[in-house]
Ligand binder design. Structure first.
Ligand SMILES: [Cu+2]
Length: 380
């Protein structure tokens, strides 16, 4: 029945259109074709102007209305040291492109009105105009150069690697379908060597356990903790397909590419608690976190920094989300102390352990009684 009604409607609309076309044809015959052309181009011009006004108003109103949804505005302030530089670059780019956008749209619709068809007017043919060409080449060239130079400058500052004498925390993020394997260096502060040929079901990132730097490395499977105001260097790599290490609030975004290690250095400057406190200023963050529980915690109270995969890497892509907690150095140390070495808790003493049968100085003393003869006396 519905299909029949839709079919009837389509037929009726078709008939109406044919009738309108016939009416226009007949009026043209009565009034003369020129008159009809003059009238319709006048209407086209005026409607263009009307569209321009409505369109620009909609652009301004919606930008203002949605500004707090954008990174860098309202509740989406940057939480890292370099974040402000990226935000201000976005603003400068938005300013210039916005200006061009407005000018070109006014010109487009104004010209459609101004140069509408008229009987007494003929289009002039301009084959070449040096002045015009210089203007429209030079102005974009200067603006683009300024934007690119500024971008390069910011990029070089952000990508400046740590110097050896600097105090920083180095962690490693390995993307795989569909989670991040996050490795912390343990008390020695150094990440152990890796070799993809050593990858097994238990040794998922191919840690070389002959390298003693690996013995205390920690693989964090829950929330990641980071100390505030301390430089963090993240080694980024992937095991299977392209992933992307994205920390929106810290303005960190870097592809994780199989076989090609990348890195990013950033310094978190606001703890999770401080960021939550800033969110309290915004009414939308006073809504309940869970709409089904109106009396439950508010959105600002449940806010967490997020690590997301920003490269569509397969059907479980969404599940790569991880929570990051930025805390004071003391809280970080307390959390770090509780983490277990992956080697000692999962590998040590098993068949996969290349040091099986040897006594290592990291073994708890109780094991010494049963330990075989060979000892290694290096210390961490
Ligand atoms: Cu991914």
């Amino acid at each position: 029945m519905t299909a029949l009604l839709i079919l009837l409607c389509i037929i009726l609309v078709g008939i109406v259109l044919v009738q309108i076309a016939r009416v226009v044809e007949l009026t043209a015959q009565i009034k003369g074709e020129r008159e009809v052309m003059r009238e319709s181009s006048w209407w086209n011009g005026v409607l263009s102007l009307g569209f321009l006004v409505v369109f620009l108003a909609a652009v301004f109103v919606s930008s203002y209305y949605y500004k707090n949804e954008l990174l860098g505005y309202g509740p989406h302030a940057a939480a890292s040291e370099h974040g402000g530089a990226i935000d201000s670059m976005f603003n400068v780019t938005l300013f210039f492109t916005g200006l061009v956008f407005i000018i070109t749209h006014i010109a487009l619709f104004w010209f459609a009105y101004k140069y509408r068809w008229r009987e007494d007017r003929k289009a002039s043919f301009i084959a070449h105009d040096d002045r015009l060409e210089i203007i429209w080449t030079a102005v974009p060239a200067v603006v683009m150069t300024l934007l690119v130079v500024r971008g390069l400058d910011a990029w070089n500052t952000i990508m400046a690697d740590v110097s050896p004498d600097e105090d920083y925390l180095e962690i490693e993020a390995t993307g795989q379908q569909f989670n991040w394997i996050i490795r912390y260096p343990g008390p020695d502060g150094k990440l152990g060597a890796r070799d993809y040929r050593l990858t097994t079901a238990t040794n998922q990132i191919g840690q070389d356990f002959k390298d003693r730097k690996n013995w205390d490395d920690v693989i964090v499977s829950q929330e990641l903790y980071l100390p505030v105001n301390k430089k963090v260097r993240v080694r980024i790599i992937a095991k299977d397909v392209l992933h992307n290490f994205y920390l929106p609030q810290f303005r960190v975004k870097m592809d994780a590419v199989p076989g090609m290690p990348t890195y990013f250095v950033f310094t978190p400057i606001k703890t999770t608690a401080e960021y939550r406190n800033e969110l309290r200023k915004y009414p939308e963050y006073h809504q309940p976190y869970d709409p089904a529980e109106p009396q439950g915690p508010k959105r600002w109270e449940k806010f967490e920094y997020e690590l997301a995969c920003a490269e569509l890497c397969g059907k479980g892509h969404y599940s790569m989300k991880r929570i990051i907690r930025v805390v004071s150095q003391e809280e970080f140390d307390a959390w770090y102390k509780k983490q277990e070495s992956y080697y000692l808790s999962q590998i040590r003493g098993k068949d996969e352990d290349p040091n099986k049968g040897k006594v290592l100085d990291i073994d708890p003393p109780a094991q010494d009684a049963n330990a075989p003869v060979k000892t290694e006396t290096t210390s961490l």
